[in-house]
Design a protein around this ligand. Sequence first.
Ligand code: FES
Length: 120
Amino acid sequence: MSTSPAPQFLCQLDDIPDGGARGFALSQSERSLDIIVVRQGRTLAGYINSCPHLGTPLEIFPDRFLTRDGRHLLCHTHGALFTLDAGDCIAGPCKGDRLPPVPLELRDDGQVLAWPPSDS
Ligand code: FES
């Protein structure tokens, strides 16, 4: 029998730049799990910050996840590109793979919550 993890408060919506992305650390058991939240207006998408190619974080500098044109997530290690809305890798060494999704909730008062994935 498994219990569902409790959602964790991340920030207010306006703490994430519109058309941008920001990194957060979720508490998971006794560890911390790095995630990425992408914002487009009031639409949010969450992903585990681990490239399917080698498992490295996507960014080199804090919160620098997007390509220059803001249309894709970029893994800075070998240049893989991922769609913003689904985390699908469309170019690079892990093409056809995807970033693991993280469920998010945007509440009416602007709070952004995330559900840590269950431990596997
Ligand atoms: S580790 Fe991301 S493309 Fe190689």
